[in-house]
Design a protein around this ligand. Structure first.
Ligand code: C2E
Ligand code: MG
Ligand code: MG
Ligand code: MG
Length: 280
């Protein structure tokens, strides 16, 4: 419709476009500085095992503590970080930081807990991904068996043979592998069984209406059955109510992540929660 507005419309359009370009440039410059200035922070959200009600592990979730705009959620800057390639450095910072944080927690008397980190498409595409992660583990002395990578179908399906080889390389180092946002991509079940995946994470969008929408309920039940038949465990993400939890427990979902138990918390808050909650 912008085209139909003639001169004034065009003017408006270019102004708006310039603003967006400026916004983008500002964001990109800001992102580059954020690493140097230490403005990134990680929040941690527990994954709770339903059978025991214990904290099985956590997901590390990145935030940008912007000096003027405050805490910025990842969805607003990860796509640009991905596009510009900055995600490689940011991703390595996240990995190193969570490994160091875990060591600090263990030194402070917290039990060893599994740590899950999100890996973006661009990171996964790196030829030397396995070596890079291996180097960070060696550098920080973090136990590979405690590190879990959250991957998405969207890029695993791009080049299945290459993905399978990489996943085996990561598994060979002892890492755990999860399939994030499951059900939102174009999953090919035929390929899925070729991936050495330990855990499937059911996307929040299916969990939301599990009690209202029979289709979503069916999808969730089917994902759980499929995962179990492929020897994978299931985490449901975005669980906010006891009713959702009951449904998931009834259908054999092993783990729950969501506001029902806890929002993602800064490191200190997470440690305090673990101490109160207790974990074995
Ligand atoms: P994700 O990996 O699917 O993470 C789950 C998202 O759901 C998180 O959003 C989490 O805060 C949110 N969530 C969990 N439980 C609930 C709930 O009960 N209700 C609601 N409304 N939300 C819930 P967040 O932290 O904003 O992260 C968004 C996405 O950003 C993540 O989705 C992930 O794709 C990406 N991301 C976060 N940290 C990183 C990172 O370090 N590296 C990369 N590459 N991506 C990251
Ligand atoms: Mg995730
Ligand atoms: Mg997810
Ligand atoms: Mg998600």
């Amino acid at each position: 419709h912008v085209k139909d507005k003639g001169r004034a419309g065009f003017q408006f359009f270019t102004t708006e476009m310039n603003t967006r370009v400026v916004d983008r440039m500002e964001l990109e410059v800001g992102l580059r500085r954020a690493l140097e200035r230490g403005e990134f922070v990680i929040h941690y959200q527990p994954k709770v095992e339903l059978a025991t009600r214990r904290i099985q592990g956590m997901e590390a979730l990145l935030r940008w503590n912007h000096p003027e705009r405050g805490l910025i959620p990842p969805d607003t800057f990860i796509p640009l970080a991905e596009e510009t390639g900055l995600i490689i450095m940011i991703g390595e910072w996240v990995l190193r930081t969570v490994c160091e944080q875990s060591s600090k927690w263990q030194a402070a008397g917290l039990p060893p807990m599994k740590m899950a980190v999100n890996i973006s498409a661009r990171q996964f595409k790196q030829q030397d991904l396995v070596e890079r992660i291996g180097a960070i583990l060696a550098e920080t002395g973090f136990a590979p068996g405690l590190l879990e990578l959250e991957l998405t179908e969207s890029y695993l399906m791009n080049n299945v043979d290459e993905a399978v080889a990489k996943l085996h390389g990561l598994k060979g180092m002892g890492l755990g592998l999860s399939l994030d946002d499951f059900g939102t991509g174009y999953s090919s079940l035929g390929y899925l069984k070729r991936f050495p995946i330990d855990v499937v994470k059911i996307d929040k969008s299916f969990v939301d209406d599990i009690l209202i929408n029979p289709d979503d309920a069916t999808i969730v039940r089917t994902i759980i059955l499929m995962a179990h038949n492929l020897n994978m465990k299931v985490v449901a993400e975005g669980v906010e109510t006891g009713e959702q939890l009951d449904f998931l427990a009834e259908h054999g979902c092993e783990m729950i992540q969501g506001y029902y138990f806890s929002r993602p918390l800064p490191a200190d808050g997470f440690a305090a929660m673990v101490r109160t909650w207790g974990i074995e």
